[in-house]
Design a protein around this ligand. Sequence first.
Ligand code: ADP
Ligand code: ZN
Length: 628
Amino acid sequence: MKKEPSASPRLFLIAFYVVLFLLVGVMFVALAALPPQGQKLPYSQFKQLVRAQRVARLQISPTTIEGELLPEAPPPAPGERGTSGTQWFHTIRVEDPHLVADLEAHGIAFSGKTDSSWLFQLLPWVVPLFVFVLFWSVYGQRVGAGVGGGLMTVGKSRARVYVEHQIKTRFADVAGLDEAKAELQEVIEFLRTPEKFQRLGGKIPKGVLLVGAPGTGKTLLAKAVAGEAGVPFFSLSGSEFVELFVGVGAARVRDLFEQALQKAPCIVFIDELDALGRARGLAPSAGHEEREQTLNQLLVEMDGFDASTGVIIMAATNRPEILDPALLRAGRFDRHVALDKPDIKGREAILRVHTKNVRLAQEVDLHTIAARTPGFVGADLANVVNEAALLAVRRGREAVTMADFDDAVDRIIAGLEKKNRVINPREKAIIAHHEIGHALTAEALAPHVDPVRKVSIVPRGIGALGYTQQLPTEDRYLMTRTELEARLCVLLGGRVAEELIFGDVSTGAQDDLQKATEIARSMVTEYGMSQRLGLRTFERERRGLFLDVPQATRRDYSEAKAAEIDREVEEMLARAHHQVCELLTAQKPVLERLARLLLEKEVLEGDELRQLIRAAAPADPLQVAAAR
Ligand code: ADP
Ligand code: ZN
């Protein structure tokens, strides 16, 4: 979140001046409105005094009369007047039409006086105004701290529309994603020569929705389309609009389309469409009214222009299932392009794109790095390359080596190494046995699980105390029941090792157990892999269009079934636990030896591990356990 850097100090200054001004004003007014001096007399007594000629130098204002009260003795000589003995009086005026005539009749000098200073009259107007300004600036400051804009800086809100005219991104910069590129080829053709399409009357897309996990290259691809077609690229982010005032977002959208229509052919890109286009009525929260208005405006604009004008609206989301259905209707975002997470070939290609300008050592094999990074998206891989290059520089190398890449991957996987984290020896021993437990189980169950690539007890980031990394030999789209069961066993391996060696368990297995439970549950409820519950699935698949974002599922089975599912999941876990127990008990000496070695070296490579296992115990007991 970017902050408007000068907003807060400036507002503070304004508030300061307002307060200062107010204080000075109040002082003036207070001075001007000093209460009249002297004795307060009733009006009737004042009139008597007038008749007795005992008052002088009167000052008559619309509400009061002030003046000098003369002693009872005959008036002194003029020179003595006004000395310290002078007595003042004042009285409140009453309706008295004869006052002036009386004063004249008794020869008393008087003059008029306005009620009070002009400041006093201004006060009722000025004070509320100041209070308002004060409130405004203080409030604006607080808002400013929150969203980076604030009341005073609406016009400079973060919700800006960015325009780029000369996009340099090309399809060549986008690795993999061949299907998505093929689908967008038509859009490019259209943007290049809209006249041709208009002439032939072909069906032209208006809105294209790019669907994919964060970092899969949606923005990159949209930009590349603009680059390939050589058209301007307008972009805005849906999430920025949610914080705006009611009406502002809608105005922005209107503006945007006005501009875009002038610059056609062009691309309008809306990032995070889900922030804006969340189904109406879903999760009403602060700012939803604004979102609704903005969304409505977007719909109006999308319907309002003719597709043949050459404006293509592209939007990105990773949660298509929560989008308002109105957005997906024909004539709006009716084209959907899926961006999957890259497979091994895709990852290699992405690495190749990002290492184009990086000097690599001879030995660097991008395929191996790709194989180590399943589940990484384009943004992660770009990070890996960046991190590796930085490491190489820090290490004073001429070129980036494989070791740099290995470390970069480690870092990205498990967060930055915490060099100064202290672990006591017993904890370390537990972690070592835990990790070797995973590794031994994995090796024993090969080839049903991926071979171990690395076991480490170097503390990394938050949470992960150690890890056992397995190297998938290929990307998997299908898994058999045997493989899933083997995976369950590997997950439980750490916990079982702790039980076996220490006779106690630690909290370190929480994540493993959670994953194991998830797998077991899916096997029962989704994959029909439980004998007792049969082929029926129990989770209603309300998943996204292309993504595995699980949605809140509605249960469509009975309480009894639910209990049965729970029992089955528990049994499945218990079976796996039992199997791992036997397996590791048979291997206890190896387990202990390897754990000791791991404690010493902190990291064991997969090949090293396999050699040690083979050397320690001739294959037989392993195979026996695995065959079970
Ligand atoms: P998204 O919009 O889907 O969140 P981006 O398009 O912003 O993701 O991608 C972030 C960065 O990741 C890009 O700038 C690019 O460096 C890198 N990246 C992502 N996908 C790819 C890809 N297929 N090829 C090359 N680089 C990619
Ligand atoms: Zn574990």
